[in-house]
Design a protein around this ligand. Structure first.
Ligand code: NAD
Length: 338
């Protein structure tokens, strides 16, 4: 069996703890792995003078996939940049996928199975900013291109057509942002005839924010621009268990990085209380991506069984440590019991 080459990027805070958990769980699957570890984050900045060393980018490019923990991004360190945004742009990880699925837990709403597909490199996060008039006026350019819109919208149509309901909501604010959102919307309408099996619906972003709270089960796939997707996907994870169980994928043509949605949680770092499930679900997305879908499903089933049995960390009302929650998932996968 040829081993899967995976780059692990632990990062800061609870990042190393949840990445170790994922490494343990992946190693317990009937697969061969070749893990490489690479530096990222504030610790890397302190040691090496950069939060995203070039060898780390090379290690990601040289792997089938990467699994990233979390980083600390201090606001007041001059010259420091967020390696997360930089990594997405350097590797052109243009598609950010954030699934939100109901979990068997009282904090989760039932019947939710939605996927947010967020454009990850353009829009208000293009990084084109300036100040004028001696700092009295600040300008951020919102850049939307036809090519950038087409590649993310195609990805969304393609994902929607593999799902049972095949409904794609394109979310925008084209009534006000006529140039930028207008272009994004128009590209969606132009592509729709190529995907006749997908039902394309459109919704304004403010309505979508409200509808997600009112009736999240109506959504199947949502595709939207960078900032809107960032906000809507954080909103969406809160009614299916919260940050401890929210995972995402960043996909490009030459690299793929999988990560929990949460940050480095400095309040939890070193306490052994971090929930590893978000990172384990990111690992399941990675398994799907590298073609190991049976293992991905087995891992997701084991996680759900542990949650249903209350074998969880404190954020989900349990008493397990990160290590114990990891062992519970492995036992559930191997013996059908945790
Ligand atoms: P955070 O996601 O780290 O924590 C928010 C809250 O959720 C905290 O109460 C934390 O204890 C809890 N939490 C987070 N992950 C958890 C887990 N696995 N299990 C249980 N509880 C968990 O967000 P923050 O506190 O706003 O930011 C902390 C640092 O992380 C900042 O420096 C921020 O810039 C950075 N950050 C990084 C990323 C990333 O690496 N992708 C994302 C968001 C924030």
């Amino acid at each position: 069996m040829t081993p899967h080459r995976v780059c692990l990027l632990p990062g800061d805070g609870i990042g190393p703890e949840v990445i170790s958990s994922a490494e343990e769980v992946l190693s317990a699957l009937p697969l061969e792995w070749e893990f490489a570890r690479a530096e990222i984050g504030y610790g890397a900045y302190e040691r090496l003078g950069t939060s995203l060393p070039e060898p780390s980018l090379d290690a990601i490019r040289g792997s089938e996939a990467a699994l990233f923990g979390a980083v600390t991004t201090p606001v007041a360190v001059p010259g420091y940049f967020s390696p997360v945004v930089r990594m997405r742009q350097s590797l052109v990880l243009y598609a950010n996928l954030r699934p939100s699925r109901s979990i068997p837990h009282p904090s989760s709403r039932p019947g939710v199975d939605l996927l947010i597909v967020r454009e990850n490199t353009e829009g208000l996060y293009s990084g084109v900013e300036r100040t004028e008039d001696n700092g009295r006026r600040a300008i951020t350019e919102r850049i939307i291109t036809r090519d950038g819109s087409e590649r993310i919208l195609r990805k969304a149509f393609e994902l929607a057509r593999t799902r049972p309901r095949k409904i794609l909501h394109v979310v925008h604010k084209a009534n006000i942002l006529r140039a930028t959102c207008g272009l994004f919307r128009q590209v969606a309408l132009d592509l729709a005839p190529e995907y006749p099996e997908v039902e394309l619906r459109e919704m304004l972003v403010d309505t979508c924010a409200m509808e997600l709270v009112r009736a999240p089960e109506q959504f199947d796939v949502i595709v939207t621009t960078n900032l809107f997707g960032d906000i809507l996907s954080d909103e969406a994870c809160m009614f299916v268990g919260g940050l401890g169980v929210a995972a995402s994928a960043n996909l490009g043509r030459q690299a793929a990085v999988f990560e929990p949605v949460h940050g480095s949680a400095p309040d939890l770092a070193g306490t052994g209380k971090a929930n590893p499930v978000a990172t384990l679900l990111a690992a399941a997305l990675m398994l799907d991506h590298i073609g190991e879908t049976a293992c991905a499903e087995a891992l997701r089933r084991a996680i759900e069984a542990c949650i249903a049995a209350g074998r969880v960390t404190a954020d989900l009302g349990g008493t397990l440590t990160t290590k114990q929650a990891t062992t519970a998932v492995i036992r559930q996968m191997q013996n059908g019991t945790s």
